[in-house]
Design a protein around this ligand. Structure first.
Ligand code: PHE
Length: 449
């Protein structure tokens, strides 16, 4: 039987859960490494601009639709229109979101598994178990498969607990730990020789790169990925938000936390790279460019840590633990998308829905592990570079064109009687109607051409 819908117990619980979804490998790994190879601060500026002018309004569209309908994405969009053809388009876009969220989780779980492997490998090394330790950090299908399954198990464990006792409780525990670890690591790394060079690369823009098309689509993809947009994760979290909360301001806090943590991670990753360089670890390839993103995390940083004896072991453990936590608070939001749909559409119990959705996604993930060369990059490109922005356009269209203005205003007035006099009401509806779809569309088309 369908159970009563969950609801976040507190505003802080919601903010930490939504920021937990947003803050993930995208922030701590993707953003800093892309910044490093795309002209440092040039990328940072482009990213910040896109995050504020496109990603925040799109985030608001998802949160508001979710809170208004109190439904999952597949069922939420159709309720905004009484026209059957639009309703059908809404369900299709919703299903597209559900599939994209599941695809993202299927590759994310593999990468997050590697993070778990590195987290446990260092302490094992310390107690002399170098055999298992080496296995955990060496690329290979059995190891990838095992760790992916462990990570999926953790994700399913949290989602099984439901909105309050699973998602909210774990986000409240893990997010403060994540922020504390990130700040502590960045402060330590900044004291190392060479770190300041990394800092200057991060903060001095290479202006020639700011407007290049490649950089724009990368920064847009990055901002959408980072705010978990287009796939219904923010929509479903919004749907669990109490009617007494003021969505524009809690949404702004989530966006600020997400962007702030990405920027903060840059203060860790870039200085760490240049500190590694100062210790003789290669960080550039033959053509003078920076080594690719995965090499950076899985070989440059471990090489840096290995120049530091026992301190290095603790640093490495803390760093990969940070990555694992960031990944887990994101993966639970991805899994919640199909789980909520199965519960609300088919009346499944939460445990059945979790096992079913988690099992299918683990199966897809296992297929990717087995055909790694052919599938891994492809799934990432299809789901994040094109899927997310395209679905983002669909959601903006629903928020701006399909959703009736008076219904939107009623939604905003639920907890702010003067909503119609606010800047948000004056700007956002027209903005999400015209500007968001247009700019996202232009950047997408440009990247294909
Ligand atoms: N925002 C997450 C990150 O930065 C990834 C994510 C994408 C989460 C889509 C949910 C949905 O890693």
């Amino acid at each position: 039987m369908a159970s009563a819908r969950g609801e976040f117990r507190s505003r802080l619980g919601f903010i930490l859960a939504a920021a937990g979804s947003a803050v993930g490998l995208g922030n701590i790994w993707g953003f800093p490494t892309q910044a490093a190879s795309n002209g440092g601060a040039a990328f940072l500026i482009t990213y910040l601009v896109l995050a504020f002018v496109l990603a925040y309004p799109a985030l608001m569209a998802e949160l508001l639709i979710g809170r208004h309908t109190h439904r999952n994405m597949v069922q939420a969009l159709p309720t905004l229109s009484s026209q059957p053809s639009l309703a059908r388009f809404g369900s299709l876009a919703g299903l597209g979101g559900l599939i994209t969220a599941s695809l993202i989780l299927s590759f994310y779980a593999i990468v997050a598994g590697w993070m778990l492997g590195f987290t446990t490998a260092y302490p094992l090394e310390l107690v002399g178990l170098s055999g298992p330790s080496t296995w955990l950090v060496s690329f290979g299908a059995p190891r990838n498969l095992t760790l992916m399954l462990v990570f999926m198990g953790l994700t399913m464990g949290v989602v099984l607990g439901g909105v309050e006792d699973g998602i909210e409780r774990w986000s409240r525990r893990l997010m403060p730990l994540l922020i504390f670890t990130l700040i502590a690591l960045a402060l330590y790394v900044l004291t190392l020789d060479g770190a300041l060079r990394g800092l200057s690369v991060y903060l001095l823009p290479d202006i020639s790169k700011v407007l290049s098309g490649e950089l724009l689509i990368d920064a847009l993809g990055s901002a959408f990925f980072s705010l978990s947009l287009g796939v219904g994760t923010m929509l479903i979290y919004g749907s669990y938000l109490s009617d007494s909360e003021h969505v524009p301001s809690v949404g702004a806090q989530v966006a600020l936390l997400d962007i702030g943590i990405a920027v903060l991670a840059g203060f860790l990753i870039l200085p760490a790279m240049y500190a590694a360089d100062a210790r003789g670890v290669a960080i550039f390839n033959e053509s003078g460019g920076l080594l690719s993103e995965d090499t950076l995390i899985f070989s440059v940083l471990p090489a840096l840590f290995s120049t530091m004896d026992t301190v290095g072991i603790w640093l490495a453990t803390a760093f990969f633990l940070l990555m694992s936590i960031a990944a887990l608070t994101s993966s639970i939001s991805m899994l919640e998308v199909p789980v909520a749909y199965l519960i609300e559409r088919y009346g499944l119990s939460r445990s059945r829905a979790t096992v079913l959705a988690g099992g299918v996604i683990a199966g897809v993930s296992a297929t990717i592990v087995i055909h790694f060369e052919a599938l891994f990059g492809l799934v990432i490109t299809v789901s994040t570079r094109y899927g997310q922005p395209l679905l983002g356009i669909a959601i903006c269209i629903f928020a701006g064109w399909v959703w009736r203005r008076d219904a939107l205003l009623t939604e905003l007035k639920k907890n702010d009687l003067a909503a119609d006099q606010r800047l948000f009401w004056r700007v956002w509806p027209a903005y999400v109607k015209w500007v968001c779809p247009l700019i996202i569309g232009i950047i997408l088309v440009q990247s294909v051409v």
